[in-house]
Design a protein around this ligand. Sequence first.
Ligand code: AMP
Ligand code: ZN
Ligand code: FE
Ligand code: FE
Length: 282
Amino acid sequence: MNETFKADLHCHSNLSDGTCSPKELLDLAKSIGLSGLAITDHDTVEAYSSILPYANEIGVQLISGVEFSATFRSKSVHILGYAFSLKNEALLDFCKQHQERRKLRNLAILQRLKSNGIAISYEELLDIAEQSSAHNKTIGRPHIALALLKKGVVETIQEAFRHYIGEGKVCYVQGNEFSIEETINVIHNAHGYAVVAHPHLLKGERFIKELLNKKFDGLEGYYCLQSPAQNARWIKEGLSRNWLITGGSDFHGSIKPQISLGCSTVGKELFDKLYSRFKENI
Ligand code: AMP
Ligand code: ZN
Ligand code: FE
Ligand code: FE
């Protein structure tokens, strides 16, 4: 039984920029034979508001998860939080602060688009986000990409990122993100683990060395967009620091159809460690 245990620790629901509801994610996890799951929405834990009893009912072990954007040396770094208490007020308040910073950033991106002759109002953006979920908490660049698609400015989501809103492109705005230390502290104070997401996206040896000196607990060593050689490189970095080696798909549903739930997973040993911490925090 143990050898078939698989858990996906990285996916997004429609409470952020995924297209499946939390319940649909659990049903999908069950149908493909996953035993464990963490829903790691960007900057919100709303997916967990009513889903734990359902996870129990269908027999998928669910642990708390979140993906926070942070800035280090002017670059964006994604940090996954796991197994923290879902009742921690400071973490819930941190999510609220992220929603405020996102609103300002989205307005700034729309302003840049306007300067480039593309008019999308904030109300239009809210409408598009609402179409993907009436309860959407986190509105981000994928929703702006959808707006560009809807307006006929681009033909694909990828093109929106490539031409306009990808990091460093003409309408990209980083906004006021929080620091790595602040983010790790929030996760630690909520008794969770802080993990570096998709490390293959980090560039520059010096940058990486300095980043990995921060007080993380793990890194995402299994990620299906990383080649096996890249996975091996990051697993080695993590093991040399005695860190947790996590893994997940970064599934977003139909907005990123090339990625399926469960394309990267972890086994029972790692999952049990996170699950027992989560149980202590319930
Ligand atoms: P944001 O949190 O608003 O900065 O948006 C980040 C999200 O945009 C990521 O988590 C991905 O879901 C998506 N994203 C980033 N780059 C691309 C890309 N080149 N193509 C498609 N989606 C992307
Ligand atoms: Zn996303
Ligand atoms: Fe990410
Ligand atoms: Fe993600």
